[in-house]
Design a protein around this ligand. Structure first.
Ligand SMILES: O=C(O)CCC(=O)C(=O)O
Length: 268
């Protein structure tokens, strides 16, 4: 049986501690990838009067520039298990969860489900440089980490995530709501253009994953292609990472995911 000690080489762990991120190629099998792509296709078609539709945010891309698969130009959403059980199962994906345990564990709990889609004509300033910890702090320590699971290919001009290596060592920097008209209006780091040259990105293939600490500066890249590009983003915490502020808990928050190097299974 696979355990978290099988997931990383010592060099990969050292590089993660230093850089704050880790890229895992082919995290999903092709069958898993098709299944999650299918679940996301359904989610894009959730009617706008669905009781939970407020969890799915749209952006102002003109109708004639949208792709048919994503007719409402949905770009972000939370609490994915409300829409499809497969999004709950994904929390316990063996290779992904055990890799997360190897990176930030031992013993991880779940924190939050979300996705970010870059529809066609999504600007590179829409979801600009920020640290997720600006939302999560104060917590008892920095062991909160996201994994983006890419459901579509993404490169520099088709939405690939950018990260600033080593930026987690600076703690959480001051953030503000951006001024641009065409923007997510979500928190962004102050003096954001100062991070452009330090940012790096990768050529991601559908099924790849990138893990990054909540204190890593990152942003969503522009999408100049004509199809929507989606990453499912799940955050996990080490078991001893506790919220110190009043938080709105999301679906599946704080449930055990890995114990003693293996996926947690109730009553086993
Ligand atoms: O989807 C991406 O590439 C980055 C997502 C992101 O920045 C976020 O919303 O935290």
């Amino acid at each position: 049986m696979l355990t978290s000690s099988d997931m990383l080489t010592p060099d990969e762990k050292r590089a993660f501690d230093e850089n704050g991120f880790h890229v895992m190629r082919q995290a999903l099998t092709s069958e898993e990838l098709s299944s999650y792509q299918e679940a996301m296709k359904k989610l894009f078609l959730v009617p706008r009067d669905h009781p939970y539709a407020e969890r799915l945010m749209t952006c102002d891309i003109p109708e004639d520039r949208r792709d048919m698969m994503n007719p409402h130009a949905i770009w972000n959403g939370f609490d994915l298990p409300l829409f499809d059980d497969r999004f709950y199962d994904l929390i316990f994906h063996e290779r992904i969860a055990l890799t997360m345990d190897a990176l930030i564990g031992p013993d991880i709990n779940f924190f939050e489900t979300c996705f970010v889609t870059k529809p066609p004509f999504f600007p590179g300033t829409y979801r600009d440089w920020h640290q997720d910890s600006a939302y999560f702090d104060p917590q008892t320590n920095d062991r909160n980490c996201a994994v983006i699971i890419y459901l579509d290919d993404m490169d520099e001009s088709s939405g690939a995530t950018r990260v600033v290596p080593g930026s987690h060592t600076q703690g959480t920097l001051p953030h503000r709501i951006p001024d641009e008209g065409m923007s997510s209006k979500h928190l962004e780091v102050e003096n954001k253009r100062g991070y452009d040259t330090a940012g790096i990105t990768f050529d991601f293939k559908a099924g790849d994953a990138m893990f990054f600490l909540a204190r890593i500066l990152h942003k969503a890249g522009e999408n100049s292609s004509n199809s929507s590009r989606t990453g499912i983003i799940y955050n996990y915490t080490r078991r001893d990472n506790l919220d110190l502020g009043e938080k709105n808990r999301s679906i599946a928050n704080a449930i055990p995911v890995v114990r003693n190097g293996q996926i947690y299974r109730p009553n086993k």
